[in-house]
Design a protein around this ligand. Structure first.
Ligand SMILES: *Cc1c(COP(=O)(O)O)cnc(C)c1O
Length: 356
C-alpha cells in the first residue's frame, strides 16, 4: 500500500480482517450448500417501472405488505438493504465508539462482531453453555455499559433455538438498560417460535427479519426491523436516504403477496422434507461424530476429520461452510439443506469418502 494512504487510514482498519462471506470465500461447483440460501428460485418480472427518480426511503406499499404479513402497524416496521444493514443501523443509533459496548454470544453469526469492530464498539462475547444455552448470570454480571444485546434465534451456525423463557428473562433484566435484538433470519423454518408477541410487553425488543433465506431472495437485499415506534423513528434518522433500489422494492412487493407467501411456505415444507432425508443419511455415515439439533434450513455436523472431508468435497464441486474460526466448533461443518438432488449428491460423496 502507498505509504501516505497507510498514514492517513485508521490503523485498526489496516489490520482489519474483512468479513468472510460464503460468496467471498468462493468455491466453484454444482452443489452450493454454504450460504443457507434457498436452493430453488421463483421467477420474477419487473412490472413496468421507471428508474429516473430516486426511490422512497421507506416505500409505503412494501411496508404495508410486510405489516400484513407480520400483523403489526406500519410505524413498527423499517425496511433496509438486507438485515445486515439493520444490524449496523442499531449500532449507529445506540453506541458511541470507544465508550459503549454490545453483548454477543458465541458461536453465532459473525457479522455482529465484525460491524462492532469496524465502528470501534466493544463486543463482549459470552460463550454459550454447551454451545446451546444463554448464560444469564454472565449477562447480569457484564451488563454495565452495554447498549445492545444481539441474539440470533434460531442461531446460526448451530441451527438450534434458545428457550423462550430465557429470552423473556433477558428482556426482564434489561428493561431500561439495553436493547435486545432477536435476529429471526431463519424464523420461517420454525414460525411458531417467533417472538412478535413479545413486542407488546417489551419496548426495548427489536426483531430482525429478511427476505434472503426462506423467501429465496438473497440477491434482492431486503430486510425488515420490527420494534417500538420510537426505535423505528431513530433508525429512520440514520438510514441512507435511498437504501433499496426501485427494482428490489418492486420484486419485494410481489414476494409478499398472499399467493407468494403460500408458495414460500410450501418451499419451507419441501426443505424440511429434504432435511429429514439428509439427517437420516448423515446419521448412518461413520465419518459423522455428532449432529447438532436444527430448527432451520442448515445442519451443523461434527466430523472425525472435517478439514479433509471439506477439501475432498470442495474439489468435487460440493461447497460447504467450515467453522474452524470458532474454537468451540472444531471439526464442525455447516451444511445448507439443498434440493433432493443436491442432498443425494452430498450423501453419495460422503459415502464414497467413508469407504476409502
Ligand atoms: C443470512 C443472515 C442474515 C443476513 O441477512 P441479509 O438480509 O441477507 O442481510 C442476517 N442474520 C443471520 C443470522 C443470517 O444468517
Amino acid at each position: 500500500m502507498e505509504n501516505n494512504i497507510q498514514k492517513l487510514s485508521r490503523k485498526d482498519i489496516i489490520f482489519l480482517k474483512a468479513y468472510q462471506s460464503a460468496r467471498s470465500i468462493g468455491g466453484i461447483g454444482h452443489t452450493l450448500l454454504n450460504a443457507n440460501e434457498l436452493p430453488m428460485s421463483s421467477l420474477y418480472n419487473l412490472t413496468n417501472i421507471t428508474l429516473n427518480r430516486y426511490p422512497e426511503c421507506q416505500p409505503k406499499k412494501l411496508i404495508f405488505h410486510y405489516s400484513a404479513y407480520v400483523n403489526l402497524a406500519l410505524e413498527n416496521i423499517l425496511v433496509s438493504r438486507g438485515s445486515d444493514e439493520a444490524i449496523e443501523l442499531l449500532m449507529r443509533v445506540f453506541c458511541l465508539p470507544n465508550k459503549d459496548s454490545i453483548i454477543t454470544f458465541s458461536p453465532t453469526y459473525t457479522m455482529y462482531a465484525k460491524i462492532a469492530e469496524i465502528y470501534g464498539i466493544k463486543n463482549i462475547i459470552i460463550p454459550m453453555i454447551n454451545n446451546m444455552i444463554l448464560d444469564i448470570p454472565k449477562i447480569i454480571k457484564l451488563l454495565h455499559g452495554v447498549k445492545l444485546i444481539y441474539i440470533c434465534r434460531p442461531n446460526n451456525p448451530t441451527g438450534h433455538i434458545f428457550n423462550i423463557d430465557s429470552i423473556i428473562q433477558i428482556l426482564k433484566i434489561t428493561i431500561g438498560k439495553a436493547i435486545v435484538i432477536i435476529d429471526e433470519a431463519y424464523i420461517e423454518f420454525c414460525m411458531s417460535e417467533n417472538t412478535i408477541f413479545l413486542l407488546k410487553s417489551f419496548s426495548h425488543l427489536v426483531i430482525l427479519r429478511t427476505l434472503s433465506k426462506a423467501f429465496g431472495l438473497a440477491g434482492l437485499r431486503c430486510g425488515f426491523t420490527l420494534a417500538h415506534k420510537d426505535i423505528i423513528k431513530l433508525l429512520r434518522k440514520v438510514i441512507t436516504p435511498y437504501p433499496l433500489p426501485i427494482p428490489s422494492i418492486n420484486i419485494a412487493i410481489q414476494a409478499l403477496l398472499p399467493s407468494a407467501i403460500v408458495s414460500m411456505q410450501n418451499k419451507v415444507l419441501e426443505i424440511q422434507k429434504n432435511k429429514k432425508f439428509l439427517l437420516k443419511n448423515l446419521k448412518k455415515n461413520d465419518l459423522v461424530k455428532y449432529i447438532f439439533h436444527s430448527e432451520t434450513n442448515y445442519i451443523l455436523v461434527k466430523f472425525y476429520n472435517a478439514k479433509n472431508i471439506f477439501d475432498i468435497l470442495w474439489n468435487q464441486g460440493i461447497i460447504l461452510r467450515q467453522q474452524n474460526h470458532e474454537s468451540n466448533l472444531r471439526d464442525c461443518i455447516r451444511i445448507s439443506v439443498g434440493t433432493k438432488t443436491e442432498c443425494l449428491c452430498l450423501i453419495s460423496a460422503l459415502k464414497s469418502i467413508s469407504l476409502n
